[in-house]
Each structure stands twice: as structure tokens, then as C-alpha cells.
Ligand binder design. Structure first.
Ligand code: 6GU
Length: 236
């Protein structure tokens, strides 16, 4: 999978070079390129924003540097119409099904905006060249799209075949198919600071252990995420 990210703070994306995604790049499963939006400006101050028409607080990102940066990426794209993800709190919710769908893409481009957003005309232009997806991590506000892009890229990247060494670790996890949260896990020692591991996990009875874990998942989901619990019950 190929990923291009455009930002005025390219250093934010340095984290993509460590751990699992860093390794995935080394072995050629992911090709990630970071682009500095300011490289597509021509004035002394590398201006990327201006005051909003109609007034109001904050600054708006100018459309031209975005179009130039994205055109350069389009020219090198392996596909006709890449996916353009624009992280924004006013987008559709990014969740595990979205990550799973996007993990099938050949080329993803992230446009990380700052300030009060990007001039709306950039989106009209972008729709002609990209499959544009405005996506939000949830109902809270970050200062810009960089941290959100990091989160989305990690969620998507780990679903690309080969990125996670043991594909079984993708199966039994929160927000996977059954819609339940993960069960609690324990490791050695069996007694730690007077806290014991639940006896059933030491029993060797795999059917009982599986049943106990399911109960734990149900109880956790019911108490922590009543919204998911309702959905899970509707599924059954
Ligand atoms: Cl995707 N971007 C920003 N700026 N804030 C957010 C977000 C995204 N998701 C939640 N809050």
C-alpha cells in the first residue's frame, strides 16, 4: 500500500517510522511519503492561510498550495483516482469497519489541515481527482489533522496483510466482528502483590475458559459501552 501525507508539520508524522509501521516500510509492505505543504508556496513567508471571507475567528487554508501538493501526488499515483482522506471533526466517524475498508486501497492520501479548515473550493476540485473521504476520530476537537492521520494510518496499516506478524492477533480483539470489547488478560506470576489470576484460566479446561472469556466480554461491553451492547444484542 502506498500512503502520502500532506501537512505543514511533517515532523508530526515521524512516528510512522518506528515500531510496526516502520518495520512494514522497511520490508516494503507500506510505502509512506510525507510532504510539506509549504513547499508549494511561492512567497517569502510560505503563506498557507488567510483571513476568512465573511469574517469570523481564525484563519482559513488557501486552496492553491493544496492543489499543487496533491497534483504532484496524483502524477505519481499508481491508480486513476486515489482515496483522499481529510481528517476533520466534521467528517464521518472513522471506526474499525472504515479501517478495514480502507485497508483494501492501493493508494491513500491524507490532507492534514490546520486552523479553521481548508477553503471549500479545494474540496470541489479534489472530488474531480480523488475519492474524497472526510473522516473524524470522534466527537472532540484536535488542533489539526496530523494526530488523527497517525491514528487512522496505524489502524489501517495493521490490517494490511503481513504488517502484523501473527494474523490471529487481529481476530480476537475489541471492535472485531462480534462487536464486543476484549476479555481481560493475565500473565505470570499467578500471584502478584496478593492479586490472583482467575482460577479458571489455570484449569486447562479450554471450553470453560472460552465460555468465561465470552461472559467477561459481555459484562465489559454492557457496563463500559452500553451503545455497543445494544448493537450486539440487535445482531444476535
Ligand atoms: Cl479527524 N481532526 C481534528 N482536527 N479533530 C478531530 C478529529 C479529526 N477527530 C476528532 N477530532
Amino acid at each position: 500500500m502506498r500512503l502520502d501525507i500532506v501537512s505543514i508539520f511533517p515532523e508530526y508524522l515521524d512516528a510512522l517510522n518506528i515500531s510496526l509501521l516502520g518495520k512494514a516500510q522497511e520490508i516494503g509492505l507500506l510505502e509512506i511519503d510525507i510532504h510539506d505543504l509549504r513547499d508549494h508556496t511561492f512567497d517569502q513567508h510560505k503563506t498557507v492561510d488567510d483571513t476568512p471571507y465573511g469574517g469570523g475567528a481564525g484563519m482559513v487554508m488557501k486552496p492553491e498550495p493544496w492543489a499543487l501538493a496533491l497534483e504532484e501526488i496524483l502524477d505519481a499515483s499508481p491508480v486513476e483516482k486515489p482515496v483522499l482522506i481529510v481528517p476533520t471533526p466534521s467528517g464521518e466517524v472513522f471506526n474499525q469497519p472504515a479501517a478495514s475498508e480502507l485497508a483494501d486501497a492501493v493508494h491513500l492520501v491524507f490532507a492534514c489541515g490546520r486552523y479553521e479548515g481548508i477553503d471549500e473550493r479545494m474540496f470541489h476540485w479534489a472530488h474531480e481527482h480523488f475519492d474524497v473521504r472526510l473522516m473524524s476520530l470522534g466527537d472532540y476537537v484536535l488542533n489539526g489533522g496530523e494526530v488523527a492521520a497517525l491514528a487512522m494510518i496505524e489502524a489501517i496499516g495493521r490490517l494490511v496483510p503481513g504488517v502484523v506478524g501473527n494474523p490471529e492477533s487481529l481476530v480476537e480483539e475489541s471492535h472485531s466482528d462480534d462487536g464486543l470489547l476484549e476479555y481481560p488478560v493475565y500473565t505470570k506470576p499467578s500471584m502478584w502483590r496478593e492479586y490472583e489470576v482467575p482460577e479458571i484460566l489455570l484449569s486447562g479446561d479450554h471450553a470453560k475458559i472460552a465460555a468465561w472469556r465470552k461472559e467477561q466480554q459481555a459484562e465489559r461491553t454492557r457496563t463500559r459501552r452500553p451503545d455497543l451492547w445494544t448493537k450486539h444484542q440487535d445482531m444476535a
